[in-house]
Write a protein that binds this ligand. Structure first.
Ligand SMILES: *Cc1c(COP(=O)(O)O)cnc(C)c1O
Length: 360
């Protein structure tokens, strides 16, 4: 049968509706995008690369891999780049899952984790987060069985925003058996480190079984539209080797490689983004708390809060005021919203809209 049964059974993607610019300014606080444009140096590098796109890109992303390896203090052979880290989530499923295999993941979780489960006919084992939104590591380890081939952990966590401790991630790295691939999703690691959080790689390195850490230039580097993600693989190198064998040869375009190298080098600009984010996250969290909706503790570029009323109409009320925010797609979270951190004027707009959007 073409397509194969699990793929034929998939639901079409729900594309987030793009707002009509004719309706006035729009504050995009629904996808955890960076509210600032890319570094001017990255823009210049991308413009220069545009004049060379008659040529195929470097299939080994040599300059980018070397720059990133130096930045991280790792050998470039430990890295595999991709067209957005979402691709790595899919690749994790492709390398590990047969129909009927089990995938342990947190609940709620990043929406991307559903796709490999569905495409490869696997079975999800969702593990609820704890009351404060943090990963329940004991619960995740207890959900692992002989059929588990893939475990997703998100640290810092999306959509809740909290961090795990280094000890917790070490427990996970040790506790997930060698017959499962452990994927540590670190899409928000730059924000977590800026908030004083641990470097989880140190804990992951102790793992004997297969693992990779997934990171992205979409969030802290302000390059979501460029699509650059990467994996840091551990153990005997077999996971990064598998990622590189599976991937398309020219998977990262010239403009993407040039922009990523330049953005990585502009550390002052990234520092500005991280400082602004921390300041506005603090202001938004205090404003929400003052209005009676204290968010969960967050070290990321978003906050999640319980508005104790159906989220859908509230999200619509914000949208009518030109503010896009997100709901939380998991059973039991129908009254929760997630708001990305914007610039100061975005924080002001959200706090101004609160009384009307949520009622007294
Ligand atoms: C944003 C995000 C990603 C994916 O980012 P890409 O833009 O595909 O690189 C992965 N995981 C989590 C938890 C995210 O929030």
């Amino acid at each position: 049968m073409i397509p194969k049964a699990p793929i034929a059974a998939l639901q079409p993607k729900r594309m987030p509706a793009e707002p009509d610019p004719a309706e006035g300014p729009v504050r995009r606080l629904h996808l955890n995008e960076c509210p600032y444009p890319p570094s001017p140096k990255a823009i210049a590098a991308m413009q220069a690369a545009a004049g060379e796109v008659n040529l195929y890109p470097d299939p080994g992303w040599t300059a980018l891999a070397q720059a990133m390896a130096a930045h991280l203090g790792l050998a470039p052979e430990r890295l595999s780049f991709c067209n957005g880290s979402d691709e790595l989530i899919y690749a994790a499923g492709a390398m590990s899952l047969e129909p009927g295999d089990e995938v342990v993941r947190p609940e709620p979780c990043f929406a991307g984790y559903h796709r490999p489960v569905e495409v490869f006919g696997a079975v999800a084992r969702p593990v609820p987060v704890r009351q404060d939104g943090s990963l329940d590591i004991d619960g995740m380890l207890a959900a692992v069985t002989d059929r588990t081939r893939l475990v997703f952990a998100t640290a810092p966590m999306n959509p809740t925003g909290g961090a795990s401790t280094l000890e917790e991630i070490a427990m996970l790295a040790r506790g997930v058996p060698d017959h499962a691939l452990l994927v540590l999703d670190e899409a928000y690691c730059e924000f977590g480190r800026h908030a004083g959080g641990p470097d989880y790689l140190a804990a992951m390195e102790a793992r004997t079984g297969p693992w990779f850490s997934l990171r992205t230039l979409s969030k802290a580097y302000g390059l979501a539209g460029l699509r650059v993600g990467y994996a840091i693989g551990g153990g005997d190198g077999s996971v990064v080797s598998a990622l590189n064998k599976m991937r398309a040869i020219f998977n990262l375009g010239r403009i993407a490689q040039a922009g990523a190298v330049a953005a990585l080098a502009d550390t002052d600009y990234t520092a500005m983004i991280l400082a602004s984010n921390a300041r506005e996250r603090d202001r938004l969290a205090r404003g929400l708390a003052a209005a009676g909706y204290p968010p969960l503790p967050s070290v990321t570029n978003f906050v999640m809060t319980n508005i104790r009323q159906p989220a859908k109409p509230a999200i619509e009320a914000f949208r009518r005021r030109g503010i896009l925010i997100a709901g939380v797609l998991a059973p039991g979270y129908e009254t929760w919203i997630r708001i990305s951190i914007g610039r100061a004027e975005d924080t002001d707009a959200v706090l101004d809209a609160l009384p009307e959007a949520l009622g007294p």
